[in-house]
Design a protein around this ligand. Structure first.
Ligand SMILES: Cc1cc2nc3c(=O)[nH]c(=O)nc-3n(C[C@H](O)[C@H](O)[C@H](O)COP(=O)(O)OP(=O)(O)OC[C@H]3O[C@@H](n4cnc5c(N)ncnc54)[C@H](O)[C@@H]3O)c2cc1C
Length: 328
């Protein structure tokens, strides 16, 4: 039976949220076409994640267990995925469009001679063709692109965060253990150091709540309010390019065309005007709350809820109300 394979990266045993969204879509495509919905997972103990992937409908889980996967090394992921693809012979390989997987997607396409549809927000399969929608030109337009499956390789698709909603549909998966064929010591790249994320411990790209700061935050007193709102909501902290360039927030916090793409359930835009280059990185957010003192700020065009006011007036009572609601 033809197979659609979703690669699910895990971090400390927790599957990547965007990958579970992509797996949900892959499961729908498998159902529509009478295909097998499969998933791959690489971790020191990959079989431990298999049950979770079964909850999201993976009928077959290709588990590659190796201590080397404790560190995110792109070369190993490409090698392991190439091995799994040889074994599963899927029509389509789906993966989340995360920073780590961007490297792997290119490497895998080159290795397999496979067509790649990167960073899509929707995709479907019809026969041997895959059709996808991709944001282009700073997400101002959407392009429809298609790829035809070659005889000896799958079509590779990476899916943007927030494009689909992860929904459970439990099955008991068949777990196929696959050995890692590569000696990690033979890799040309090695990981020297992991520098802790500055986004309050919560990974920005995977966060369900993001508090993003713009130039309106201006200084340490504004930043303290942003930090407090993030702390009370359990959010990751993001930033516009303006405040990154001011040095108030680190470069890895930047959201937008030249920063990260995020799609949390809840996005607070604090003192952000809503320039197209910023909006390109956050329009996939499910609920957007904008706080800005300018009623004509373009951020209100994309906001679900807008508060017109000075953030120094708006945030303290909001934080106090959230603390009270949480019994803190
Ligand atoms: C090629 C290119 C790529 C770019 N990539 C990115 C990118 O990836 N990400 C990105 O963010 N930008 C990017 N930019 C920059 C982008 O064009 C904007 O300049 C930037 O997003 C503006 O940041 P901002 O909204 O924080 O600042 P501003 O546009 O200056 O807006 C500040 C806002 O804060 C409000 N404000 C001020 N004081 C207060 C207060 N006390 N309370 C409440 N509100 C207040 C103001 O009304 C204003 O709307 C890029 C630009 C280019 C040319």
């Amino acid at each position: 039976m033809p197979t659609i394979l979703t690669h699910v990266p895990v971090s400390d045993g927790t599957p990547n949220r965007t990958a579970l969204e992509a797996l949900t879509r892959a499961r729908q495509i498998a159902g529509e076409n009478g295909w097998t919905c499969a998933a791959s997972v690489f971790a020191p103990d990959a079989t431990a994640a298999a049950e979770t992937l079964g909850r999201y409908g993976a009928q077959t889980v290709y588990a590659v267990s190796d201590d080397a996967f404790a560190q995110p090394l792109g070369g190993l992921v490409v090698d392991a995925l190439a091995t799994v693809i040889r074994e599963a012979a899927p029509e389509i390989v789906v993966m989340p469009s995360t920073e780590g997987m961007k490297d792997a997607l290119g490497g895998l396409a080159q290795r397999l001679g496979a067509p790649a549809l990167p960073d899509v927000v929707a995709f479907s399969a019809s026969g041997t063709a895959v059709e996808a929608t991709r944001p282009v030109m700073a997400a101002k337009f959407r392009a429809t692109v298609t790829a035809e499956k070659p005889a000896d390789a799958p079509v590779l698709v990476s899916v943007r965060a927030g494009s689909y909603t992860a929904e459970e549909s439990a099955v008991t998966p068949e777990v196929i253990r696959v050995a890692l064929a590569t000696d990690p010591a033979s890799l040309k790249a090695s990981l020297r150091e992991v520098i802790a994320s500055a986004s309050g411990g919560v990974d920005l790209a995977d966060a369900t709540v993001v508090v993003a700061a713009g130039r309106g935050v201006r200084d340490e007193s504004g930043k303290a309010l942003v930090d407090e709102l993030a702390e009370v909501t359990g959010a990751a902290i993001g930033a516009s390019r303006a405040v990154v360039e001011m040095g108030l927030f680190p470069p890895e916090a930047q959201i937008g065309q030249t920063g990260k793409v995020v799609a949390p359930d809840l996005y607070f835009a604090v003192g952000i005007s809503g320039a197209i280059q910023h909006v390109a990185g956050m329009t996939g957010s499910r609920t957007i709350v904008a706080i800005n003192k300018d009623p004509d700020a373009p951020i209100f065009d994309v906001a679900t809820y807008g508060v017109v006011g000075d953030l120094h007036q708006v945030l303290p009572p909001l934080i106090a109300a959230l603390r009270e609601a949480k019994g803190q």
